[in-house]
Design a protein around this ligand. Structure first.
Ligand code: G3H
Ligand code: 13P
Ligand code: ZN
Length: 317
């Protein structure tokens, strides 16, 4: 079931857990994300970047995600999100295709320019029922800056500015920088927990963390307690796919592309499972079918129909 990202994340915030926003580029990654979300009864966000829209074709990748979600996992609450939209034109294109959530990433711009475009994006998207994530602060990419030379303080989100940013733009969720960085950094500082606490007190929106897919359990649990409601996860699942792929290819005997890609898909499933359990969103998909708790008859009819769909989903018929 395709649902609003804003609703998924507001529920996560209220329930003190986080939801994974997993990046996909192909069929196998999409299936792995949705299959595990279904197995663990978790809401989930499936997201793509501009590069993926170019690689796969915007309509093709959007319909791939929505068809796998709706045909095989109708009981899973799924948000479909454009990650790191860097221009108003790209946002327009994504909304026209059908994305129900977008990120406008103006984090590399001056504050006033970031506000101006984010506000324009919000006005456009809200009229169409699309949620908007903004970003303030700067979450660097590995390779973009030399790790040893990063002055982390210069990258981090200023809480006072963040409060103003939220008021001035009307965004639904905010991505922040508290020591997080895209990719797997060899060395990392401790996240700035005090800054996060101040941010979540004043921002009062679901907070999104990019670049934290290499964070360990303790850090993740702590930042969820301090107000993080969504983790973007790309590198962790991409590396699982690639390492399994290279292992299978190195063995040299497998020539069926479906077996090669199928084992990579299983490896992504394991990585997604680990993340969902860590974020605590497992079991949170229940009661999202719009059926009142007390309506037992309707509920059991509905469970029956879910069971019959599960038989189908295992076979991808
Ligand atoms: O933050 C974005 C992801 O790590 C993927 O980026 O699709 O532009 O390579 P990309
Ligand atoms: P990672 O590189 O930690 O997976 O972060 C991904 C991300 O932020 C995508 O927007
Ligand atoms: Zn990111």
């Amino acid at each position: 079931m395709i649902v609003s990202v804003k609703d998924i994340l507001n529920e996560a915030k209220a329930g003190n857990y986080a939801v994974g926003a997993f990046n996909t580029v192909n069929l196998e990654t999409t299936q792995a994300i949705l299959r595990v979300a279904s197995e663990l009864e978790s809401p989930v966000i499936v997201q793509v970047t501009e590069k993926t829209l170019e690689y796969a074709g915007g309509r093709a990748i959007f319909h791939l995600i929505s068809d796998v979600a709706e045909s095989y996992y109708p009981q899973v609450p799924v948000g479909i999100h454009l990650d790191h939209g860097k221009s108003f034109e790209l946002i327009e294109r994504a909304v026209e295709i059908g994305f129900n959530s977008v990120m406008y990433d103006g984090s590399r711009k001056k504050y006033v320019d970031n506000v101006a475009t984010t506000k324009r994006v919000v006005e456009f998207c809200h009229k169409k029922g699309v949620s908007v994530q903004g970003e303030l602060g700067n979450v660097p990419y590995i390779g973009e800056v030399a790790t040893q030379t990063i002055v982390w303080e210069d990258y981090m989100t200023n809480p006072e500015e963040a409060c103003r940013f939220v008021e001035e733009t009307g965004i639904d969720t905010l991505a922040v920088a508290i020591g997080n960085a895209h990719g797997f950094f060899p060395e990392r500082p401790e996240p700035d927990y005090d800054r996060l606490q101040t941010l979540s007190r004043c921002v009062r929106l679901p907070i999104v963390l990019h670049g934290a897919s290499d964070w360990d359990g303790e850090r993740v649990e702590k930042v969820i307690r301090l107000g993080v409601s969504c983790f973007n996860v790309d590198t962790a699942i991409r590396l699982s796919f690639l390492s399994q792929l290279s292992q299978t290819l190195a063995s040299g005997s497998e020539t069926d592309l479906r077996s090669v890609l199928g084992t990579a898909r299983e490896s992504v499933e394991a990585a997604v499972r680990k993340k969902i359990l860590l974020f605590g969103s497992n079991g949170k998909a229940a009661n999202r079918e719009g059926i009142p708790e007390h309506d037992e008859k309707e509920r059991s009819r509905n469970n029956e129909s879910i069971r019959s769909r599960e038989t189908t989903e295992m076979n991808y018929e």
